[in-house]
Design a protein around this ligand. Structure first.
Ligand SMILES: Cc1cc2nc3c(=O)[nH]c(=O)nc-3n(C[C@H](O)[C@H](O)[C@H](O)COP(=O)(O)O)c2cc1C
Length: 209
């Protein structure tokens, strides 16, 4: 019997594989998440870069079923008012149905919803997104690495004032996203993306790799 040489798995391989598995999960098992685990995911989130290292992110971890329902009711309201119709021409019917199910039923079933805020005393409006969403992406990747489902959603932020009020944000904190977290109800498989070289150019835009 030939002994096969051990294959060295590098940290780079692991990060690449986790990122390739990061997907929007739209249906969850109801099992609660351990507080320590949630806090560790958020600690990874806060390792993100931000302009002037001002760390303008604020995270409210919501587990209360009534508050979760109120949060996702805002998302459903925006989806019914305009999101569904706007998405219909862009999404495949299957994906449109999946997003519809997620917003109207799936996300509210996740045991945790993290409401993400941006403190406008710690970022310019112009850098709000670029200073907060790197942390949100870290959260998604950390959740994936732990086998958890997650999703970046911004639709409820259309009603940002109401969303912020549901979690007690003061006026200086703008609600920008909601990330559900929990164990996925079904396995998602790898993400589908265009070949990287479709979007990478050498030296100048348009020059192929
Ligand atoms: C800014 C932003 C907003 C999003 N909002 C929603 C949303 O409201 N509902 C939803 O189901 N997915 C939402 N998504 C997830 C995208 O649909 C998802 O990332 C994309 O379709 C890729 O699919 P995958 O995650 O399955 O690979 C959002 C993603 C981004 C970046």
């Amino acid at each position: 019997v030939l002994a096969s040489a051990p294959v060295e798995v590098t940290e780079g391989d692991v990060v690449r594989s986790v990122m390739a598995r990061q997907r929007a999960c739209r249906s969850y098992r109801p099992d609660p998440l351990d507080d320590d685990l949630v806090l560790s995911l958020l600690e990874s989130a806060t390792r993100a870069p931000s302009a002037q290292n001002l760390q303008p992110w604020e995270f409210v971890v919501v587990t209360d079923p009534e508050r979760r329902a109120a949060i996702w009711e805002l998302a459903a309201r925006a989806w019914v008012a305009f999101g569904s119709a706007r998405s219909a021409p862009v999404l495949s019917p299957a994906m449109h149905a999946d997003v519809d199910r997620g917003i109207t039923q799936g996300f509210v079933g996740a045991p945790v919803s993290v409401v993400v805020g941006a403190d406008l005393t710690r970022c310019e409006r112009a850098t709000l997104g670029s200073s907060v969403f790197p942390a949100v992406q870290n959260l998604l990747v950390a959740a994936t690495a732990h086998g958890l489902g997650s999703a970046l959603t911004t639709i409820s932020a259309v009603y940002g004032e109401e969303l912020g009020a549901l979690v007690g944000f003061p006026e200086r904190v703008e609600a920008v996203a909601v990330v559900p977290l929990g164990h996925p109800a079904t396995a998602l498989g790898p993400s589908r993306r265009d070949p990287v070289t479709d979007h990478v150019h050498r030296e100048v835009h348009g020059a192929t790799w």
